[in-house]
Ligand binder design. Structure first.
Ligand code: EPZ
Length: 433
């Protein structure tokens, strides 16, 4: 098992190109199931989660070729199962549920189960699909679904679930009649999915708002044009925080600033200086980090996927900050790791009070979930001395070439083979999406 050695203290500076969005590419890959044919998708990030989704598609009969443009052939589907050995590695496999039911009339998807950041139920996914005429049986850790044909329905989600909205939206494109999804999630990744579905012939309105309307069509077919996945707003935000926490100066390119308003506002409040162009952002941070209060909430609010990164930044603020996590019930594991670096944090329920300290000191750290591991790397970059981060597969799942990109920005870090292979480094049962 590898570990990351980080020598803290260097300012990061330079330019980095942001990759395609993992959380747009995953539903878009699942959506190709709906449309028999050869699909060409560009700007797909080179991540473990993407290869897991391609393995799942391969398993059901859809071969793919990953190059600068991903080619995917979904003419034939021979299995309707997303097996446990794949789903346990990536919860987003649940995104195969809606498309398989819509195309094949059945689906057998291993229940993703809980993960490091919470229980992660899929009750809203099932509620919406049942309203469209699916029936489900939960047995032996699998959700088995069947339908004699999907029909349009009026669905109101109890929570604006991102993948729940995506599963229901994908199924609705092939349902007979009109579907309305109320209290839908509004994330930009859902808008990107809707644009992809429209390129296959789907008829959708209202994506990005709380009400999405779909007129089902008989069939969908692959487009002759290459679809390019939107940039990853969380990767982009992570590099901006890296510049702020090291008092550096970084330009990120191939980004959509409009997707990042809440992140950019928080950075400004924390004292960063931002220059914003059409598809690039430059951040410089001189002087102290100002303390701020953050509450995570569904888009367009402050994203939960940026919470750990900002906690790292605020451990060094000049004053007291507060972070409230409203999306997941257990997304503060990184706080315990920051304490090992000398941070001064008080956790109570879903709130953390952060008393800024003057300096952090390198230590051994353990990553727990995808975004938390990025937060640990940022804190280590700003700590005095050497840190090591264990359980790095979390990083590889969500950040394309993180080490190389940070090295190109002047950070001093390298991957090394870690000597001990003790049991605790085994890959956990399930990691979050
Ligand atoms: C998506 O997860 C993202 N993953 C997550 O990113 C992200 O953190 C999350 O949305 C919130 O923005 C992908 O898009 C692949 P939710 P998802 O369903 O869809 C509850 C990353 O790091 N809920 O919006 O699983 C749920 O428990 C990952 O890339 C139900 O109660 O999140 C949670 O409290 C981590 N019933 C809240 O809704 C359901 O049926 C939001 O979850 C579904 C969800």
């Amino acid at each position: 098992m590898n570990k990351l050695l980080i020598e803290g203290g260097s300012r990061i500076g330079g330019t980095v190109r942001i990759a395609g969005a993992k959380n747009a590419a995953l539903p878009i890959l699942a959506a190709t199931i709906l449309a028999p044919g050869e699909h060409r998708i560009g700007n797909v990030p080179d991540l473990l989660d993407i290869s897991s989704m391609l393995s799942l598609l391969g398993r059901i009969g859809c071969p793919s070729l990953l190059g600068s443009t991903l080619r995917l052939d979904t003419k034939r589907i021979v299995f309707c199962e997303a097996p446990y050995d794949l789903v346990r590695k990536m919860r987003a496999s649940v995104l195969a549920l809606g498309p398989l039911l819509a195309r094949m009339g059945e689906a057998h998807v291993s229940l993703p189960g809980g993960c490091a950041i919470g229980v992660r139920p899929i009750d809203q996914h099932l509620k919406g699909l049942e309203a469209m005429g699916c029936r489900f049986e939960l047995k032996a850790g699998y959700v088995h679904g069947w339908t004699d044909g999907l029909r349009g329905a009026r669905i109101h989600l109890d929570v604006p679930t991102v993948t729940g909205t995506e599963n229901i939206l994908m199924a609705a494109t092939l349902a007979r009649g009109h579907t309305t999804i109320d209290n839908a999630a509004r994330e930009p990744e859902i808008v990107d999915l809707a644009c992809f579905l429209r390129s296959l012939g789907a008829r959708i309105r209202g994506e990005g708002t709380q009400r999405i309307e779909v007129d089902g069509v008989e069939t969908l077919s692959s487009s002759s044009r290459t679809f390019h996945v939107m940039p990853d707003r969380i990767e982009a935000g992570t590099y901006l925080v890296a510049a702020a926490i090291t008092r550096g100066n970084v330009t990120i390119t191939n980004v959509v600033p409009q997707h990042m308003q809440a992140i950019l506002d928080a950075l400004r409040q924390a004292g960063s200086h931002l220059e914003i162009a059409d598809d690039s952002i430059t951040l410089s941070h001189r002087g102290p980090v100002q303390p701020i209060d953050l509450v995570t909430s569904p888009y367009p609010g402050f994203p939960t996927d940026m919470q750990a990164q900002f906690m790292a930044l605020l451990t060094l603020a000049r004053g007291t900050s507060r972070i409230t996590e409203t999306i997941f019930e257990n997304r503060f594991m990184h706080a315990a790791e920051f304490l090992r670096l000398g941070a001064d944090l008080e956790i109570s329920g879903n709130r953390v009070k952060i008393n800024g300290v003057r300096e952090l000191f390198g230590a051994s750290l353990m990553a727990t979930d995808l975004r938390a591991s990025a937060g640990l790397v940022l804190a280590a970059l700003a700590s005095r001395g050497r840190s090591e981060v264990l359980r790095l597969y979390h990083l590889d799942r969500g950040y394309e070439k993180l080490v190389e990109k940070l090295q190109s920005l002047g950070a001093r870090l390298r991957m090394v083979e870690s000597e001990n292979h003790s049991h605790h480094e085994q890959e956990p049962m399930v990691v979050n999406a």
